[in-house]
Design a protein around this ligand. Structure first.
Ligand SMILES: Nc1ncnc2c1ncn2[C@@H]1O[C@H](COP(=O)(O)OP(=O)(O)O)[C@@H](O)[C@H]1O
Ligand SMILES: O=c1ccn([C@@H]2O[C@H](COP(=O)(O)O)[C@@H](O)[C@H]2O)c(=O)[nH]1
Length: 209
């Protein structure tokens, strides 16, 4: 069986999750059970439970070193080879992994979404289709403020400070340059109906082959 791994990369709050989840939700009931799955790069943030909470708030979460990309690569290889994997789960409010894992079965179509997927050479080799969600950074910041305060237990001050200290500089150092590794660059992210339909058509085509 040929399996296809699709990477959806882009800035924080650019709409990667919305784009990925829209494709997944619109296809999941149409396809054979288990044909499609989604994995988040955020699940592979390093475990920091050995560090005091104050130290964890100081981590640069937008630098590649914050992730266990080796484990992610290993899991993608296992999934491609037809093996199930235990994906970690991440707690944004506690800034560390939770003690639960999520079992992911080897789907024919695997969508992977995350900020630094296209900046890592080893990870890039795992992807058959590479998409970059290209959303202006000021719009990402507005969305991130709202989302992080509502869903990730953050204050406005902490979002702004982190944005200036790491999120913005790391975007220019790592994420934006990685756009050139993409096969497709998508504007308007999760609301780009044409782009969503193109990826859906490609997935259906691959599953018919
Ligand atoms: N095109 C869009 N228009 C309006 N809101 C959007 C759009 N794309 C994403 N959002 C919202 O912005 C927030 C961040 O989007 P999300 O998909 O979680 O970003 P990412 O996964 O890139 O961090 C979410 O609350 C989401 O619903
Ligand atoms: O403990 C953490 C872990 C991550 N972050 C921020 O999350 C984003 C990546 O997630 P998206 O869903 O793509 O926005 C990244 O920019 C980190 O800064 C965090 O704040 N705290």
């Amino acid at each position: 069986m040929t399996r296809t791994i699709i990477a959806i990369a882009g800035a924080s709050a650019s709409g990667k999750s919305l784009f990925s989840q829209t494709i997944y939700n619109e296809l999941v009931n149409e396809l054979e059970p288990g044909a499609i799955a989604v994995i988040e790069e955020d699940a592979y943030y390093k475990d920091q439970s050995h560090l005091p909470f104050d130290h964890r708030t100081q981590t640069n979460y937008d630098h590649p070193d914050a992730f266990e990309h080796e484990l992610m690569c290993k899991h993608l290889t296992q999934l491609r080879n037809g093996e199930e994997v235990e994906v970690p789960t991440y707690d944004y409010a506690q800034h560390t992994r939770s003690d639960k894992t999520r079992t992911v079965m080897p789907a024919e179509i695997l969508i992977v979404e995350g900020i630094l997927l296209l900046s890592d050479k080893a990870l890039r080799k795992e992807f058959d289709i590479k998409v970059f969600i290209d959303t202006p950074l000021d719009i990402c910041l507005m969305r991130r403020m709202q989302r992080d305060m509502e869903q990730r237990g953050r204050t406005l001050q902490s979002v702004v400070e982190q944005y200036q200290a790491t999120v913005r500089p790391m975007f220019y150092q790592f994420i934006e340059p990685s756009k050139h590794n993409a096969d497709l660059v998508v504007t308007r992210g999760g609301m780009n109906r044409v782009a969503i339909d193109i990826i859906k058509s490609k997935i259906k085509y691959l599953l018919q082959k």
